[in-house]
Design a protein around this ligand. Structure first.
Ligand SMILES: [Zn+2]
Length: 75
């Protein structure tokens, strides 16, 4: 059973809940204040998938150089 991360918009409390995938988006009360403004956070799984999609952008490959003088990335 996967663990999901949630954050309470009322008290900013973050907590993890072990629940079936089919219930991941169902509302649940905040474990700290009991409020109902709880949102599910994106999991680590999604964060890792971002790596490839930004490869084709104009962002520099090396964050420490402006181009031409960097021995790390060859700009
Ligand atoms: Zn709360």
């Amino acid at each position: 059973m996967p663990i999901y991360e949630y954050v309470c918009l009322d008290c900013q409390k973050e907590f993890e809940v072990l629940r079936p995938m089919s219930q991941a988006d169902q509302p649940l009360p905040c474990e700290s204040c009991g409020g109902k403004n709880v949102r599910r956070k994106l999991t680590v799984f999604y964060a890792h998938s971002d790596g490839r999609s930004v490869a084709g952008t104009t962002a520099p490959a090396c964050g420490s150089c402006a181009g031409g003088t960097c021995s790390t990335c060859g700009h």
